[in-house]
Design a protein around this ligand. Structure first.
Ligand code: SF4
Ligand code: SF4
Length: 98
């Protein structure tokens, strides 16, 4: 990706981000609910591209490198599809200065 935002290259911006992975997923996605979803708005809404459509109409989701922005939770209107909790202390996304 070579996108720029306000003159800062995407790769430069991402170089200031740490992901401290917790063994406990802070977002879980119910594949059974997603299987009956035709809109799949999460695929385009997630800035980290963590929702991937499968050839059989389902969704693959990986919580690693999640920005914790909450967009998927806001745009998905399917009851029970997304379960959200915050990461444990010391885990998740950390933005470093400089
Ligand atoms: S997370 Fe929500 S929007 Fe995305 S496929 Fe599942 S039900 Fe559809
Ligand atoms: S919280 Fe944001 S980055 Fe994380 S999975 Fe949802 S939309 Fe993607």
């Amino acid at each position: 990706m070579n996108a720029e935002y306000r003159g800062i290259d995407f790769e430069d911006r991402m170089s200031t981000v740490d992901f401290r992975l917790s063994e406990r997923a802070h977002i879980s996605v119910d594949a059974a609910v997603c299987r009956s979803c035709t809109a799949q708005v999460c695929v385009h809404a997630c800035p980290a591209k963590l929702f991937v459509p499968t050839s059989d109409g389902g969704i693959l989701f990986n919580y690693e490198q999640c920005f914790e922005c909450g967009t998927c939770y806001e745009v998905c209107d399917a009851e029970g599809a997304i379960t959200w909790t915050y990461p444990d202390g010391g885990h998740g996304v950390v933005f470093r200065q400089g």
